[in-house]
Design a protein. Structure first.
Lengths: 336, 336, 336, 336
């Protein structure tokens, strides 16, 4: 947990949680590290402004229900559960019109309330997602970040389409795997790291190119001069944003998921308007549309196993954060 | 060719066609038999009312351009070509708004003008579809009927969805293969013929059930009691139409492609309205959206080879029609 | 209230309701009669199988909150409220994916729980819809049935479209008014009753035609031979269902809301498949998408006042049911 | 015509055009000035790089067919015609999939071929749009720029929605009028010019605000703190682009039509991604979907008359360009 303001985390004994009436207590079987956790670990400006210690981090998780609050009806002890990490208000315009993923009042597991880097966590019934026992814990805990990629890729059809994915961190790799399972015709992936490009090939990229290569040229070669139907920006790098707009064909689609850390100057006329593009800003998962799609993708054979490069006991969390810092990893999963 | 009114076809020597200004002449490399051809062969009521002999049949085809009319610009001699069989007017409301597949004035290759059961056929440039040389002729000629199935399945998303396909004739088999490539979670197929159910398993059905089985019950078992997301009716049997409406979940989708030969009494309240369904009537292929998707599906690994159960020389067309009549076949391809 | 099994209703003194924790008590200011209420009043087969007396009817309502349960947060005493009459479970597939209007477990106000033909009614917070004080009570109570029509008409775009509405009962009249406000180019309406056709003209029909007229011919005249873009079936008459399929153009849309009381034999090939139609089964209102649209339509100038032909004190409910039975009315509103 | 490179235009006698086989000759009854024409008149950098004199300008027009080429079938002498100004290739991916408005090879009337600032103009049959004689010439010639606004506003539903329009030049004014006819709940318009804001009020803006006002604050007041559902950027000003992203609600829509003359630095995270927006780049008109919608909007009562502030004889074109330069005008129509 983040015991006090400042860098680092500590492992502490805390009382086991008791569930509120509409909550369940879950014994955590697997939980994974996210870039957000890394920001909090390092205690950067964003973390300082957002987190109020003490706080148990962790929002990517999977476990088994061990206790249910008295008004819980949809779940029972023994159910295997992953969690939607956004606890939405249910009462705003967005929640009332099928857009709870951009709820105006949501709180986040592991940031605004105690999360899953723990043996037990208490969650509202309404964020629980029943998970097939056929999915092993180290993959089941990845459904939350995987859902970001499912949301991104499936904002429109991708079947039979040519695709560009910029950024081969975990969400980029997931996007490649989803596009592959959904029957994309061609998947071009880019990253600055050869380590990550190699992972991209393993999850199904047709061509994994270093960002410094002539990506537009290669894409024209691979698409009979057309450009790609869809581009998914998963890196947050300004140059990757431009690359997406440049490589997508007229009337194509760009979905933006990666978060740039500064403003990106866009030539709106040539990058967007004259091309007649559709652009989607993506955050979180459609609740629970994305989760159902995700469950179906696993049944269809989605294979994200190559993305999990490291599995560690919970107490070795420091090693996990070091791996993330190094960039020489895909997903790091912790087992409490 | 259908030389005169009456059952049967004859093989005749005819002058090689010369192209009009906007046409190309194609040397046919492969052409396949369709149920429509079988109706004309048998000279049933519909054929009598529609066909004016002499007429060369055949609308599912693939070949190589050997001559181009003088105003042709998009294709050249040597190009490998399949054909959209609907020659649309280009000037009606539907053609002008992206719905040329339901053009009010279209004519059909092999019905309203001479078709592909021949060594050479002349076609308007605008129905030509350039085909990758990597697709072998006996599959390349199937793109027209395959397009019907692509159109049916991809009217909406199918990725991660549970699916019912009723009817495992060629278009049903194609629908299964397309849904499999597009990442469907579960594909239940039904037919009255065990021969065809076996083909269904080969192209990717999760469960291939005889029509007389308790299909609704099996579907509830396989979908946690939900029913399927999407149902594709490819048989034209009234009982299959009812099965689709019964097995699809509330807010689901039904696409109707099979042509019933009589009226189907529907309980609109319980089969459609209270379930809040979306229903699509499907005819032909979106021009050329469906063709592009189809090309992409081949790149994504679509495998329709098991559907081609028989390949014959053109002169053995009678054997082909007998096979279709027997029901003990998938697609029958003729090689001129 | 329906005090006992059998025809008719009685006015009885009952204790004022007390709200559960998540409920509000509303003083009813206006409530309107629906065809469903008429079935229950007459105690037909459907009513006998569904209603368990004693039961207070009424599900179209408007009033003011006078008391709130202790966990209510989104509403307060004094708020002006209409009610979504479907109390949905919130936990099924449909509820979790933005399709709560076809929830598998919903209960209905005035049928499964006591309704609004009363001075006070207690409702769950989650079905409450805050209503602008600028809308007078006799219109505000109509939002529930109006929502059915908004849902029907706005399943797709209607702006600039030519439209057919079959059936000019209240939901048909509402559909006309909605299409008018949404900028339909042409609205043809049909009914068997001249009384209702006159109301259709008042709410904005371009042409209101008796059902026995040559409606297809008139529509071809009015649409340059094209047929209409969209057809809305609001009557439940089999002949009107056929009329919709016949008059809509190729690639058009048909939305079915009216409930036929028997099976309708459809020529699927010619009525749906060869035309390439999209068909929507409509029930209830999208929760709360439809309500927000409805609020916006009032701001845009939607005028449904001509539909309210009679306003009566609650105790004259028998007169109201006689009016409905006679067919010589639009909506009948009761004021408690 | 632009007789030679350099500022200004001249009126010259030229031979009347003769139509190619697929063309019609039109006697121009009205033609209007566009910002593009003004750039060419002033001979700015863009004009210098794009226009090769001699060239007759003019692409917004209406007239009567006086002669038809020999292969023309859909139109005849006497037909009243407006023109889609983009002459598309018909053979590229975009043209073949219903996206001809972003054809990769299109040429433009009055820029790449002689246009309508003339007594007669020859046009391909395929760009002709038959126009109702009920629309007067000075409005009928505006359908091309009006179509830009129809395309922008109707990329999605606008009925019952709250709307922001930034920029009240002609296309902004048209967007307001279209949103009004389509049943928008609330239309907030902004511009720097009080003259144009007054026009905005005339065509249906609910609130017309100077750009320097607290527009976000006013919008929150007018929308119960929600922000608008849809924002239409019609000005090209970077500050207006930011205003659209700021004022639209989470899960809302932004359509960008105005062309900025420099790069716009965007905070993608807060302006687009975290809000879960959908963004459309808009150019030209969907061919011919937009034109059909536009025809229907006129039938529905669309009133764009206040936008035409000046009607001049063709020979007074210099006055027209001066008016445009001054900003004290809406649309300027020339009558040959």
């Amino acid at each position: 947990m983040k015991a006090a303001a400042g860098p680092g985390l500590e492992l502490r004994s805390v009382p086991d949680p008791t569930p509120a009436a509409d909550e369940v207590v879950i014994r955590v079987k697997a939980t994974s590290l996210c870039g957000t956790d890394s920001h909090i670990y390092q205690w950067d400006d964003w973390a300082r402004s957002r987190i109020r210690p003490p706080r148990i981090l962790g929002h990517e998780m999977y476990g088994e229900i061990v206790e249910t609050g008295r008004s819980v009806t949809a779940f029972k002890v023994g159910d295997l559960i992953a969690a939607e990490s956004h606890v939405t208000c249910g009462k705003c315009f967005q929640c009332r019109t099928g857009n709870a993923h951009v709820c105006k009042n949501y709180t986040i597991l592991g940031i605004d309330r105690d999360g899953s880097f723990a043996e037990y966590v208490s969650l509202p019934e309404k964020v629980c997602w029943r998970t097939s026992p056929e999915i092993p814990p180290e993959l089941a805990c990845l459904q939350e970040p995987l859902g970001n990629s499912v949301h991104t890729v499936l904002t429109e059809d991708v079947t039979g389409h040519t695709v560009l994915v910029t950024g081969c961190g975990p969400t980029g790799l997931f996007a490649i795997a989803v596009a592959r399972t959904a029957g994309a015709a061609l998947i071009v992936a880019t990253d600055v790291s050869e380590y990550r490009l190699e992972l991209a090939r393993k999850v199904g990229a047709t061509a994994a190119l270093p960002a410094q290569a002539d990506v537009p040229g290669r894409i024209l070669d691979l698409t009979d001069g057309e450009g790609v139907d869809d581009a998914f920006e998963m890196s947050g790098h300004p140059s990757a944003v431009h690359l997406c707009f440049r490589c997508v064909k007229n009337a194509g689609r760009v979905a933006l998921f990666g978060i740039p850390n500064r403003e990106v100057p866009l030539d709106l006329a040539n990058e967007i308007i004259f091309k007649g593009l559709r652009i989607y800003g993506i955050t979180g998962r459609r609740i629970f549309d994305t989760w159902y799609r995700l469950g179906g993708l696993f049944q269809a054979g989605l294979d994200i196993r190559p993305v999990v490069t490291h599995t560690l006991p919970l107490e070795e969390f420091r090693t996990g954060f070091e791996l993330i810092h190094s960039g020489q990893c895909g997903k790091v999963v912790l087992i409490p």
